[in-house]
Design a protein around this ligand. Structure first.
Ligand SMILES: Cc1cc2nc3c(=O)[nH]c(=O)nc-3n(C[C@H](O)[C@H](O)[C@H](O)COP(=O)(O)OP(=O)(O)OC[C@H]3O[C@@H](n4cnc5c(N)ncnc54)[C@H](O)[C@@H]3O)c2cc1C
Length: 439
């Protein structure tokens, strides 16, 4: 491939550029936001200011594509947590730690800036500021990317990494192609992130995730859902999340008060740590995924990655990991010897497997919320009932807990939770727990 153009230079675009740098003579990354700068925050993609957890699979993929980067980040103040430094609470009950689950505590801008530096240092990659405004399509394939500056960047391969508000669907429709079908699930989520000075009040603790579960009907009846991450700069990044009317606001005192109704580590931070930045809020209305792989026809030399392909409820922390796994799908497609000027069905098939897994996990969990009203998958009632029992068993049984955590960290497919051996183990664990509770 002579030249590939990646439209969007955020996390997913940077991973795609890294993959393409192995096969293209030149990779151009076109990023519209000229304010990202050294701090990595920028005006576009305001979710960058929210707490970002990097799941164990996302950390592993970071190591695959950028060897040594985790160590560099840790040397700069990020924290790598393992074993009981990573705590998951369900209904306020702490799950058994799972040895080997490694999560990186780092802010999104710090992580993304480090990735950007590595990509910028690749000899055949050029990062440039500019807005993509359309595709030049000829004889059913991509020939160029048009920019707001009136130029056309000639290319035989283009990547849409323009985030969830990507306009690729309308560009295609305008050029006589079809828009992709879109799956949506309305969740009406509110997010707020606060930043605190970190001392040694919680020892080596790196990541805390706490959410309601079956015992409370998935409602925050007596505990605030939220989490915290130890990040660079000796800080805690703390997130609170609430659906519909329970959305957290930007008021710092209200934020602290809500933290005092959460699990113990958040209460400790609220009590002893100084807040060092304004609380930032974010509203996430719905999860969506675009079914490009389900279209009957599609231009050759074009793929879609990151939130432009699928953007799921952030409470499960999957977005960055999905972007990296889609980069793997792209690498596998390119390695398969597929003709890159043809429609990239092989890529979309692989990517839809990873997106499907993330979608299944997040939407099944979201449907437990009474204000989320579908669409329900076939057999949902049975799925919900079994899911609830597995969640309960994961709190009391180490084996079920380990598989559950691997699924949550995207190390295993959600179907691992329906293996007969695991279901049997879960049933045994619940029966023995019930036996203990019976006088
Ligand atoms: C509140 C919240 C919390 C989250 N928490 C987590 C978490 O804990 N863990 C996790 O893994 N994920 C999390 N996510 C998801 C994660 O933020 C996204 O999955 C991730 O940002 C996707 O990266 P992306 O590169 O696809 O898109 P984005 O980061 O949205 O970037 C798109 C880029 O494209 C550029 N662009 C747009 N249009 C054009 C154009 N026409 N030309 C050129 N450039 C263009 C934009 O300027 C932007 O830089 C969270 C999301 C939200 C909303």
């Amino acid at each position: 491939m002579k030249r590939a153009v990646v439209m969007g230079g955020s996390y997913a675009g940077l991973f795609a550029a890294r993959v393409l740098s192995d096969v293209a003579e030149e990779v151009v990354v076109l990023e519209a936001d000229d304010t990202i700068g050294a701090d990595g925050v920028g005006r576009a993609a305001p979710q960058r200011r929210q707490l970002h957890a990097l799941l164990a699979m996302g950390r592993a993929q970071l190591g695959r594509w950028f060897p040594g980067l985790t160590a560099e980040l840790v040397a700069g103040g990020a924290r790598l947590g393992e074993g009981d430094a990573v705590r998951y609470y369900v209904d306020g009950r702490l799950k058994a730690p799972v040895p080997g689950t490694r999560m990186l505590g780092v802010t999104r801008p710090y992580l993304e800036s480090a990735v950007r530096r590595r990509v910028a240092a690749l000899p055949n990659v050029r990062l440039t500021t500019g807005q993509a405004t359309g595709l030049v399509l000829e004889r059913g394939r991509v020939r160029g990317v048009a920019t707001a500056a009136g130029e056309v960047l000639e290319t035989e391969f283009a990547v849409d990494a323009m985030g969830r508000s990507s306009r690729l669907g309308s560009w295609l429709e305008g050029a006589g192609w079809e828009r992709p079908p879109v799956d949506r699930m309305r969740v009406d989520l509110g997010y707020a992130t606060g930043t605190f000075r970190r001392g040694d009040e919680l020892g080596e603790l790196t990541v805390v995730h706490s959410g309601p579960g079956p015992a409370t009907g998935y409602q925050p009846t007596h505990l605030e859902p939220g989490g915290l991450v130890a990040v660079e700069g000796a800080r805690w990044s703390v997130v609170l999340a609430g659906y519909a009317d329970l959305r957290p606001g930007p008021d710092p005192e209200e934020f602290r008060a809500r933290m005092r109704r959460a699990v113990e580590p958040l209460r400790t931070v609220a009590d002893v740590c100084e807040m060092t930045a304004d609380v930032t809020t974010y509203r996430f209305a719905e999860s969506l995924r675009r079914g490009y792989g389900r279209l009957g026809r599609f231009p050759g030399g074009l793929v879609v990655v990151g939130d432009a392909l699928a953007s799921v409820n952030p409470v499960y922390g999957q977005g960055l990991t999905l972007a990296a796994l889609e980069a793997n799908s792209l690498a596998a497609h390119l390695r398969s010897g597929a003709d890159t000027t043809e429609p990239a069905w092989g890529y979309f098939r692989r990517a839809s497997a990873v997106v499907g897994a993330a979608w299944q996990l997040s939407t099944t969990a979201d449907l437990a919320q009474p204000h989320v009203t579908g669409p329900y998958p076939p057999g949902y009632r049975l799925l919900r009932w079994a899911g609830d029992r597995i969640t309960e068993a994961s709190i009391v049984d180490a084996e079920v807990g380990a598989t559950y955590l691997n699924v949550v960290n995207m190390m295993e497919h959600p179907r691992a939770l329906t293996r007969p051996r695991l279901l049997l183990q879960a049933a045994r664990a619940l029966l023995s727990e019930a036996g203990r509770d019976t006088p």
